[in-house]
Design a protein around this ligand. Structure first.
Ligand code: ADP
Length: 507
């Protein structure tokens, strides 16, 4: 039975839209339409495809304010964040792949080793229908960046938006269609998660999932069952290490932003901070003073830095983690409470006297909290940072950037930033993804675009292709012996080994 999805403004709790949910049958039909559209789109030249996406980019830039406002209304993040973390990176991702795709997807010759009398190259074919299942915390940039890349690569796209934020996804799709995209080529299907699950085995060719670990495990198992390649972008419990030589002002500014941007609802959020004991007190004082100055409230009001949380269920998890910390002896230096309604606001919270047994340090909080811990030995800090089932991003702060790189290389994470935080998803030229429970595969970067294609290998002959080839029939002992000697002649270790092989060949 179809239902309507009620969409709320998390700053006011008002209903801002009612979106018709689709059922599995409608989803299957959408995939069939997408397949037909892809057959035509995939035949177009890369240049023709890029032109359509360039029109989308131009239109998005003209409507940047309208889109930022729509994102803030539906998701609750401050208007400034809708601009810098959603609209701007979407423009940049589109711009990057429109200009770089011809190089990234150009035929790649491969130098032959053994068969020098032949040649090889890789060409990149579209996968077909790319299925994007997307979250509510970045409801515009996460899916739209992937949509743009998949389309440029010649695919059709089926997008299942998060049920908390379907409106901005539909708006993005409308803008693409208004700018010349075949409506069947990119379809947005608001529907229940359990219905979306059934579409995995219904004709899609690739799955790009961003969301929780629990759902990611289910979705990737289903992809395995149908042998569909997938990328999983899951949770994080990103650690920051602050060394004793650091500029406290610099580290504190970045880490407060890293922990509280988007009210902490970022998979790459700073979720735990390890500070050297020598500067611990000064660092904590600095961080608390910055956080106390942050304005929380209406995402559209001037000067507001922190908006509401989008998901009331997630807000309950934040409350639970803070209560668990309090019960186990943590001290709340600021925040630690839900602000009375309307709206789903939680005060930015600094926690000290915490340890690795507490939920706020062990589990993903995905909200506006920053637990701070002390360390005395850098190897111990690295070991504690790595002692997590997650590994999305990590952060290191030190005055010595080479020391920062050495520490970064020891951290188990898909991306480590030295002396900065949070900004790497918005770098389309770099790969994004995690290790351990944070996910499988990488999006963005040149390989991210190639991953949306089938790397197809062609091996071909040269004008002087030899018609006599020793690999072919008839077999004989003489040929066998020649191969034994060839092994030594070509792959032998050292001169004497090779020489004995060559001698054997001419015996
Ligand atoms: P969260 O809602 O905390 O972001 P989820 O992993 O539940 O994390 O959701 C991420 C996306 O996956 C959303 O679009 C959601 O609707 C969708 N989803 C939820 N359950 C399933 C499922 N069983 N199969 C496929 N998609 C799902």
């Amino acid at each position: 039975m179809n239902h309507k999805i009620k969409v709320h403004n998390p700053a006011t709790d008002e209903v801002i839209g009612e979106i018709q949910a689709l059922d599995v049958g409608e989803g299957v039909k959408a995939i069939e339409r997408a397949k037909k559209a892809q057959a035509k789109w995939g035949q177009k030249s890369l240049g023709q495809r890029i032109k359509v996406l360039q029109r989308f980019k131009k239109a998005l830039m003209e409507k940047a304010d309208e889109f930022s406002r729509a994102i803030s209304t539906e998701n609750g993040k401050p208007l400034m964040e809708s601009m810098i973390t959603e609209v701007l990176p979407t423009v940049d991702i589109t711009d990057y792949f429109c200009s770089k795709a011809p190089g990234i997807l150009a035929k790649k010759p491969i130098a032959m080793r053994m068969m020098k009398y032949r040649k090889s190259y890789i060409h990149y074919k579209p996968r077909g229908v790319v299925y994007i299942i997307s979250p509510w915390n970045f409801p515009f940039v996460i899916p739209t960046g992937e949509v743009v890349m998949a389309l440029i690569a010649g695919n059709a796209v089926i997008q299942k938006p998060a049920s908390l934020t379907p409106m901005i996804a539909l708006k993005a799709r409308d803008l693409m269609v208004e700018n010349g995209l075949d409506p069947d080529l990119f379809q947005v299907l608001p529907m229940k998660g359990e219905h979306a699950f059934k579409l995995i085995g219904s004709g899609v060719d690739y799955v790009n999932f961003t969301g929780s670990v629990a759902t990611g495990e289910k979705v990737s198992a289903e992809c395995g069952k149908h042998l569909i390649p997938c990328t999983m972008e899951l949770g994080g419990k990103d650690a920051a290490i602050v060394c004793e030589d650091v500029s406290i002002d610099h580290a504190a500014k970045y880490l407060v932003w890293g922990a509280f941007a988007n009210a902490g609802q970022v998979c790459a959020s700073v979720e735990r901070v390890y500070v050297h004991e020598k500067i611990y007190n000064q660092f904590v004082d600095k961080v608390v003073s910055i956080v106390k100055e942050l304005k929380i409230g209406d995402p559209f009001a001037d000067g507001v830095s922190i908006g509401p949380m989008k998901d009331p269920h997630q807000l309950k998890i934040v409350q639970q983690h803070v209560e668990n910390a309090r019960e186990n002896g943590a001290t709340v230096l600021t925040g630690g409470y839900k602000i009375d309604g309307p709206g789903q606001f939680y005060a930015p919270t600094i926690l000290v006297d915490v340890d690795e047994d507490m939920e706020c340090v062990k589990e993903e909080t995905f909200g506006p909290t920053m637990p701070i811990m002390k360390y005395s030995d850098i190897d111990d800090a690295v070991q504690r940072a790595n002692d997590s089932p997650f590994g999305l991003n990590a952060y290191v702060f030190t005055a010595d950037r080479y020391r920062g790189q050495r520490i970064a290389e020891k951290l188990q994470a898909g991306t480590v930033m030295v002396n900065a935080a949070l900004m790497t998803y918005g770098l389309p030229e770099t790969p994004w993804g995690g290790v351990k429970k944070s996910g499988v595969g990488r999006v963005h970067g040149d390989d991210g675009l190639r991953d949306l294609c089938i790397p197809s290998h062609v091996n071909y002959d040269l004008p002087f292709e030899i018609s006599w080839n020793p690999f072919l029939y008839p077999y004989s002992h003489r040929k066998y012996k020649a191969f034994l000697n060839s092994l030594k002649a070509f792959w032998g270790q050292g001169f004497s080994d090779k020489l004995s092989g060559i001698r054997g060949l001419f015996k």
